[in-house]
Design a protein around this ligand. Structure first.
Ligand code: ADP
Ligand code: MG
Length: 694
């Protein structure tokens, strides 16, 4: 189809401009049509005499004068001035350019021939004070229009595109305009009756209006349609996939009861919360049904997800299968391994740990035992994905902190078994809308209750270190322990790491010379990490200075205070996770957030943590403040593709998209009647998993 042709087939686009557009990832005509504005500026039309400094407005008038100069003092700068006049007065419209391109004679000639005296223009911009002219329209949008348009224009909405160096908004606007000429070649995959029924605008029209909205209501309707599409195809792909999964028989037959589970329950030192019991029921139900389980367990930090996973593991093992548990960091994998090993030893279930730093001899032994089936449970990091890791009969895959892994990695581990059951867990609870968007193909269970007796963690935002150090000293003297977290965001960054080590030495020698202070970071060898954690766990170390490697999993109940340095650099969800390192025992616990930012926003953001301990609320605030892309990372497919949708505010459209996708999959699971939707799924890159559609 013509829309898939490269943009240089468009008339009126120079080679140079095509190359500039390619910098934005725009290669084909279709890319251009789907390159949506990131924002709009809305201008009210006013008479020139009515312009006030500080206004944003559109004026319409005739060009009286046009000049382009470079001031001798600053020859790299190009200043374009148009004097525009209407019946009530005149105003200077000034634009400033400092890219070499605007020095070229070619550009000047183009401009001079475009904006000739007497032409009618619509100019939209901000009114600013000017030493020479009194007031000017500063860096405005200028559009040539005809008399009819001049009469009809009341307000104007100017699209603002995402840009990069050397690419101007005007260039994109012009290119889009010429691509829009070919819009009629685009066919809407959504049948008309469905569109009508749900008040969705036709696709061609929506694309035209998103770029060139004649008014607010058309823009809103266009956005509604396009946001719908963003949700719809993602949900469609999830539901198709789920449909296939349900159609496939589970080969893994699990018995819900057995001696192993009974023995395990009887040796548990506490009783399960009702939320844990409910989720375990969900899981055992899934595992004993005819189709493979694909379930996500969400539970706030400390809600006790590990036990729930362990029950699933035992269920698989007592039915003769093996289980794998993958965690995103070595520290967390080790922690799981240690816990699981102590629980499983009396039950006679074999467990091993496999990480990047497992020694060769050990690794070979594990590989061999896995293949014979001698080894029942393998806990580890990404190392589990290695080619040499082969199971005799893998029946269950558990992935902890699953949002840290990509879809591919998850799939890779699943492929090591024959349609094994899958249990994923996350401690970053997310709102339902986002859960549907990210994991629309999963069943979701919530552990929405903490084990009894948990302390509220007293949280305070502070702006000086010294009182915090005194507070820590006081806690340690009482026999407790403390974490101090340093803002090493990127573990691999050498400079960051050095700064962390310097700070550690300061704490060690200057602040806390009387205590044993230890350092933990991601670049230490596994033996070193082990030693640091063990000695902290055994209270041989009182203060553990650490990077975010302790963010998840580390469980030392005697630790009662956590000080987070440069807390303003972390996301709220992450701070909430870090805070969960304390308050794990029966002692009153504290979280001190050292704010080094002076902005009111940073303070307000951190204060959310003072007020709330509700992981869902906090993560929603985090999503609102920083955006889902940043919070969730870009690893999950789908979410980063959204140009227009706002996961938190477009819930109604998400629900509509999901229910329509559901209806379509029900009646037409291979999309035979919707070949255009198949093409659209391919365009969104959502079909790789689905052989039936290829
Ligand atoms: P998370 O959900 O953050 O992974 P964990 O599974 O690590 O939480 O559990 C946190 C702590 O709570 C562990 O020490 C665990 O043994 C304990 N725990 C789990 N369930 C219960 C319960 N029902 N009653 C008391 N303690 C529990
Ligand atoms: Mg956990």
């Amino acid at each position: 189809m013509k829309l898939h042709l490269p943009i240089y087939h468009l008339s009126g686009l120079s080679r140079n401009n095509c190359r500039l557009l390619e910098k934005l990832g725009i290669n084909t005509i279709l890319d251009l049509l789907l390159y949506f504005p990131r924002d709009y500026i809305k201008y009210r039309r006013v008479k020139i005499s009515g312009l006030q400094i500080g206004d944003s407005a559109t004026i319409i008038g005739k060009i009286k004068k046009h000049e382009i100069i470079s001031p001798p003092k600053n020859p790299r700068l190009t200043i374009q001035t148009l004097i525009v006049k209407d019946k009530t007065g005149s105003i200077a419209c000034k634009r400033f350019f400092n890219h070499p391109y605007y020095q070229s004679q070619q550009w000047r000639n183009e401009q001079i021939s475009m904006y000739v005296n007497g032409s009618i223009v619509a100019v939209s911009g901000a009114v600013k004070a000017d030493r020479y002219y009194g007031r000017i329209l500063s860096s405005p949008e200028i559009r040539l229009i005809d008399i009819d348009e001049a009469r009809d224009t009341k307000n104007s909405i100017i699209p603002i595109y995402p840009l990069t160096k050397g690419v101007s908004n005007e260039l994109v606007q012009d290119a889009v305009s010429s691509a829009l000429q070919l819009l009629e070649l685009l066919i809407d995959p959504l049948p008309q009756d469905l569109r009508r029924k749900h008040g969705l605008m036709e696709l061609q029209e929506a694309i035209a209006f998103i770029h060139q909205p004649p008014g607010e209501s058309q823009l809103e309707a266009a956005r509604r349609r396009l946001v719908f599409d963003e949700f719809f195809y993602l949900q469609l792909s999830f539901l198709l996939r789920r449909h296939q999964l349900l159609a496939s028989e589970a080969v893994t037959n699990i018995a819900p009861v057995g001696p192993l589970l009974e023995q395990f329950y009887s040796q548990l030192p506490f009783s399960l919360t009702s939320a844990q019991r409910r989720v375990i029921d969900n899981i055992l139900n899934d595992m004993t049904s005819k189709t493979p389980m694909n379930r996500l367990v969400q539970g706030d930090v400390g809600s006790g997800k590990t036990i729930v996973a362990v029950v699933a593991v035992l269920a698989a093992i007592q039915s003769g299968y093996q289980a794998a548990l993958m965690a995103p960091t070595e520290v967390l994998a080790q922690q799981h391994y240690r816990k699981i090993a102590t629980w499983f030893e009396p039950l006679g279930v074999s467990v091993q740990l496999l990480t990047g730093s497992t020694k060769t001899v050990k690794r070979r032994e594990i590989h061999a035992q896995l293949e014979t089936g001698e080894l029942s449970v393998l806990v580890g990091t990404h190392a589990l994905l290695q080619e040499k890791v082969n199971f005799h009969q893998l029946g269950l895959v558990v992935i902890d902190e699953q949002h840290r892994f990509g879809v591919q990695q998850r799939q890779h581990l699943l492929n090591k078994g024959n349609r094994p059951h899958v249990l994923t867990m996350t401690a970053t609870p997310i709102p339902r809308t986002l859960a549907l968007t990210l994991h629309g193909d999963l069943d979701v269970s919530q552990i929405d209750e903490l084990p009894p007796g948990r302390q509220k963690i007293h949280t305070k935002v502070i702006n000086q270190g010294a009182p915090a150090y005194d507070f820590i000293r006081h806690q340690v003297i009482q026999g407790h322990q403390a974490y101090i977290i340093l803002p090493l965001v990127e573990e691999s960054h050498k400079l960051d790491l050095r700064a962390a080590v310097v700070e550690y030495e300061r704490l060690l020698t200057e602040i806390f010379p009387e205590f044993k202070v230890d350092l933990l970071h991601g670049r230490m060898t596994s033996a070193e990490k082990d030693e640091a954690l063990n000695s902290f766990r055994d209270n041989k170390t009182q203060i553990l200075v650490s990077t975010t490697v302790v963010e998840v999993g580390v469980d030392v109940p005697n630790a009662t205070v956590i000080l987070i340095d440069h807390a303003d650099r972390f996301g709220l969800a992450q701070l909430h996770q870090l805070r969960g390192r304390v308050g794990r025992g029966s002692h009153r616990s504290y979280c001190l957030l050292l704010n080094t930012s002076k902005t009111a926003e940073a303070k307000a953001r951190l204060e959310v943590l003072e007020k709330s301990t509700d992981g869902f609320f906090i993560s929603e605030m985090d999503l609102r403040l920083r955006g889902p892309g940043v919070v969730m990372g870009y690893r999950q497919s789908g979410i980063s593709e959204f140009a227009l949708a706002n996961i938190l505010d477009d819930e109604e459209l998400l629900n509509l998209a999901r229910s329509m996708a559901l209806a379509i999959v029900k009646s037409n699971p291979n999309l035979e009647q919707h070949p255009l939707m198949v093409a659209e799924l391919k365009r969104w890159g959502l079909t790789s998993w689905n052989c039936a559609l290829n």
